[in-house]
Design a protein around this ligand. Structure first.
Ligand code: PMP
Length: 426
């Protein structure tokens, strides 16, 4: 983005105009936790409630028609952003819920639900589910639960000292017994980008289903799920400049067709008698009850916003921010990076440890300077254990992040160890 384009992007985000901690400009470096929202997203929700609000897919009146149009256009917008067909996009409440839909559908198939078509999802003792050591709990705990319910075994691909996935382990950990291979496109701790092609190729060799956690890739990189060839993917609206309370499960159409429902009730059915029910085709089969329509419309606006900026331009800007963040962290003595040092292997999610200072204290010193970072285990306890740390501090950029903000972060980071009486200021 040129300086003018970046200024225009920042002007789109009202929250970035506010100050914190007694008048300091906000330096928001916590977009990996949740991003800020542009006016087009806020206005889309406002417009929906003030002009179009009605129950979708039901009423015979004009408002119901307009609400349904808005809801389904949003689905098409999100589909276009990620290289999917609209009927491959299922609305969920967040990425966690999306992964759980697949997990519970597998459990239901294992219990014999869904008939012959669903049998390909069934697991049995001896079958294996493979994840990675880098997963967010959202893409780990549901698989532990599936393993417990079905008798399948959970295995995982490790993480190297450099923070990258041990892709070489695919050849040994993923075997003919593997039925599901679930992994994050981008780690929310290390920022490392997975070699999706290698994962998909190995899964296809053994006939395993692939489930991609795309939470940290869809907002920051061009992502074409169709071209990547994954079977399922999950991502959240609130991390891609959209609203909270909405996320997406992507599923290849033929798989969604064969998959048994999870939540059941209104809106996901065809014929209901007192004895039994036939289910609607996807995506409706997986959208039981009244949905988060306004939030879906907001997520559609976010997808359109990103497409209009162009994901290549977004990724190029953020690659520059990644380099600056890595330089800022490397410049301060006593600060250790957790994740790949090479900018080409990662995105602008930069976690680090300040020797001798607890992450919460790091966060507080930075907050006093108006700089918002996240501290803790970032819902990835096994990955922190892997690196022998209880917590890290994490600075993460978005499309609105500027070089000046990263410079302010670097300057504040240099004050942390001296603040606690430790050596280290250059
Ligand atoms: N996976 C990754 C990689 C994430 O970063 C997050 C959010 N921190 C999630 C899954 C879960 O997203 P949500 O809380 O929106 O369901």
């Amino acid at each position: 983005l040129s300086a003018g384009e970046l200024a225009a992007v920042r002007a789109d985000f009202p929250l970035l105009r506010r100050t914190v901690r007694g008048g300091r400009p906000l330096v928001y470096l916590d977009s990996a936790a949740t991003s800020q929202k542009p006016d087009v997203v806020i206005d889309a929700e406002l417009d929906f409630y003030s002009e179009r609000n009605a129950a979708v897919h039901r009423g015979a009146h004009q408002l119901a028609e307009e609400a349904t149009d808005a809801y389904e256009s949003a689905r098409a917008e999100v589909a276009a952003l990620v290289g999917a067909r609209p009927d491959e996009i299922v609305w969920t409440s967040n990425a966690t819920a999306a992964i759980n839909v697949v997990a519970y559908a597998i459990s239901n198939a294992t219990a014999g639900r869904g008939g012959a078509a669903a049998r390909r999802f069934a697991l049995a003792p001896g079958d294996e589910i493979v994840v990675t050591e880098a997963e967010h709990h959202a893409n780990l705990v549901p698989w532990q639960e599936v393993a417990a319910r079905t008798g399948a075994t959970l295995r995982w691909i490790g993480v190297g000292d450099d923070g990258r996935l041990r892709t070489d382990e695919l050849a040994t950990v993923v075997t003919e017994r593997t039925k599901v291979l679930a992994f994050a496109h981008v780690s929310n701790v290390t920022g490392a980008v997975a070699d999706v092609a290698a994962f998909v190729a190995r899964a296809r060799e053994v006939g395993a289903l692939t489930v991609l956690d795309a939470c940290q890739s869809v907002p920051h990189l061009p992502v074409d799920l169709g071209a990547l060839g994954v079977d399922f993917a999950a991502f959240s609206g609130h991390k891609m400049y959209g609203p909270t309370g909405v996320g997406v499960l992507y599923g290849r159409r033929e798989l969604l067709d064969a998959m048994p429902p999870v939540l059941t009730g209104g809106s996901m059915v065809e014929v209901v008698t007192m004895e039994s029910t036939t289910f609607a085709p996807p995506p409706q089969r997986f959208e039981a009850g009244s949905m988060m329509v306004a939030q879906a419309v907001g997520m559609g606006a976010a997808a359109r916003y990103l497409r209009e900026l162009g994901m290549a331009a977004v990724a190029a800007h953020e690659a520059e921010m990644t380099r600056l963040l890595l330089d800022a962290v490397a410049a301060v003595p006593g600060v250790r990076l957790v994740g790949p040092a090479d900018q080409r292997d990662r995105v602008a999610v930069v976690s680090f440890v300040v020797d001798g200072v607890h992450a919460h204290d790091v966060g507080q010193v930075l907050d006093d300077a108006g700089i918002a970072v996240r501290v803790g285990h970032h819902c990835a306890q096994p990955l922190h254990r892997r690196f022998g740390v209880a917590a890290t501090s994490r600075a993460s950029a978005g499309v609105y992040t500027t070089a000046d903000e990263v410079a302010a972060f670097g300057a504040a980071l240099a004050t942390v160890r001296p603040f606690f009486g430790l050596g280290g200021a250059a």
